[in-house]
Design a protein around this ligand. Structure first.
Ligand SMILES: [Zn+2]
Length: 264
């Protein structure tokens, strides 16, 4: 039984290997795309959030055939680029008077003196962060403000996400009539992902999540809680997620759009 398995694995690995890579311009247009040849059997065209275009083609197709295909999909490429361009926003401004998001709402950052026992305060649309040393100007806060903000975000995320996860965990158990439980929750800054779940049942969540509106945070939590019952993203997983959160698909789409509008 081992041999066929090994052969399949080799084939897959081989298919992924890039054999040729160069930039190609579609004649008569402005479109320049990254052209790659690999061992896959199908032609794949993709537009990335930064607007760059990539085409992966199997070795058997000629460049003319590839160009004809790209030309036939030109309207789709333009529409996709327009969509990404209109949803691309600026990232949060970490400076005195800058704006940060908490649970989907904007808060203005204020640097206040870092005196003894001073702690961050979130009131009336303002987030006060004690980060000013005696004698320093508000505009010089820079690194101290970044550190104070990261600390505030991590501490707040641990509280908010911990509380919310416990609530969703109870809801999931009631919905699925089981006792699946989270072994351990870790909250830390994650650059690319919102969360993950290990086979042992350890859930890791991004501290950055607390910028999102609550319904989107709940989507991420429910997604990871369903992984306690189904590890992959197969039909069984999606059936569970839909049972727990009937509008999961719409929320997932909203997260994608939100991520484009607020790059990390
Ligand atoms: Zn997942």
């Amino acid at each position: 039984m081992l041999t066929p398995l090994r052969r399949t694995f080799r084939k897959k690995k081989d298919a992924r290997r890039i054999r040729e890579e160069r930039e190609v311009q579609l004649p008569g247009t402005e479109l320049v795309f990254l052209f790659q040849r690999d061992g896959c059997r199908t032609l794949r065209l993709s537009v990335r959030p930064d607007g760059s275009v990539r085409v992966k083609a199997p070795a058997r197709l000629s460049l003319e055939q590839v160009l004809a295909f790209v030309r036939s999909r030109l309207d789709w490429v333009r529409a996709k680029r327009d969509f990404f361009a209109s949803h691309r926003g600026a990232s949060a401004e970490l400076c005195e008077g800058g704006t940060v998001l908490y649970l989907g709402r904007p808060f203005t950052l204020r640097c206040v003196p870092a005196v003894r026992n001073a702690s961050p305060r979130l009131t009336g649309g303002v987030l006060e962060l004690p980060c000013l040393r005696p004698g320093s100007e508000k505009t010089d806060a820079g690194r101290a403000l970044e550190r104070a903000f990261s600390r505030w975000r991590l501490e707040t995320a641990k509280l908010v996400l911990g509380h919310r996860l416990a609530r969703m965990e109870a809801r999931a158990r009631a919905a699925f009539h089981d006792d699946a439980a989270v072994s351990r929750l870790t909250v830390r800054s994650l650059k690319r992902r919102w969360g993950s779940c290990s086979v042992k049942g350890d859930i890791t969540l991004a501290a950055e999540l607390i910028a999102l509106p609550l319904p989107l945070i709940d989507y991420v939590l429910c997604h990871e809680l369903c992984h306690l019952r189904a590890m992959n993203h197969g039909p069984a997983f999606h059936a569970l997620l839909k049972r727990l959160l009937p509008d999961a698909e719409a929320r997932e789409n909203d997260i994608r759009i939100w991520s484009l509008e607020h790059p990390r």
